[in-house]
Design a protein around this ligand. Structure first.
Ligand code: ZN
Ligand code: FE
Length: 262
């Protein structure tokens, strides 16, 4: 009997790695799988064998070792295709992709589009489709990645691009940073009720040993200061740090510097 992925729901599991990374495991119908950002091969191999899955596709959001380091070991075990950004720091196993490219995962009946979202690294990409966003280290719940190789203007453009997606989009980030991100966000917007509610939820989840992801884009728009750099309350808080902060990228720059110091 042939494998028909359309008859089954897509499942997305979190594979914890290192201290606070998540490797996202996608599967449908119990046969084939894809992973996003496998920084470490061992927990992926264990998760695949526990579920009897065969790895077919690997998606990489950016070249950092904690997102791409497991690829060579996975390719020793599985004949998988690897899609990542145009970046010579990835191995020759990478099939480079960029904004507008469509990645077909036929065994999972998925088609994901690539978004260019540089700032954390100069070649960072995200994957979007079917109401899902894999945002790597660009968009975190209640935070964003550090600007290691990019500018506040680039992160502002990335946030402006992501905010166009439907509010119900499920956001799968690269790290469990939500609790500490909430603590910083509350310094920015102590009176934001959506943020207060998210922090209460996050504390309850974390004390129960549960993850805070995925989040939704709508929830982030209401509470994530890095998506709110044109909100008067966020601009006013930024101006207390730097009176030159204006709506958009200068508030983005001020928030990032403030958070990096705090
Ligand atoms: Zn990173
Ligand atoms: Fe990372």
């Amino acid at each position: 009997m042939s494998h028909n992925p359309t008859r089954h729901a897509l499942e997305i599991d979190a594979i914890p790695a290192f201290d606070d990374n998540y490797i996202w495991l996608l599967h449908r119908g119990g046969k084939h799988a894809a992973v996003v950002d496998p920084g470490d091969a061992d927990p992926v191999l264990a998760a695949l064998s526990a579920r009897g899955l065969e790895l077919r596709t690997i998606l990489i959001t950016h070249h950092h070792w904690d997102h791409a380091g497991g690829v060579p070991d996975l390719l020793r075990q599985y004949d998988a295709q690897v899609f990542g950004p145009h970046d010579e720091r990835l191995g020759d196993w990478n099939q480079p992709c960029q904004e507008g490219d469509q990645i077909a995962l036929p065994e999972l009946n998925l088609h994901l589009e690539v978004l260019d979202v540089p700032a954390h690294t100069r070649s960072h990409i995200a994957f979007h489709g079917h109401g899902l966003l894999f945002s790597g280290d660009t968009l975190f719940s209640i935070g964003c990645g550090r600007f290691f190789e990019g500018t506040p203007e680039q992160m502002q453009r990335a946030m402006d691009k992501l905010r166009q997606l439907p509010a119900e989009t499920e956001v799968y980030c690269g790290h469990e940073y939500t609790q500490s991100n909430c603590q910083f966000a509350l310094a920015v917007e102590p009176d934001n009720p959506a943020l207060q509610a998210r922090y209460a939820e996050v504390l309850a989840l974390r004390s129960a040993g549960r993850r805070t992801l995925p989040t939704t884009l709508g929830a982030e728009l209401a509470a994530n200061p890095f998506l709110r750099t044109r909100e008067p309350s966020v601009i006013a808080a930024a101006q207390k740090q730097d009176p030159r902060a204006q709506p958009g990228s200068s508030t983005m720059a001020t928030l990032r510097t403030w958070k990096d110091r705090s």
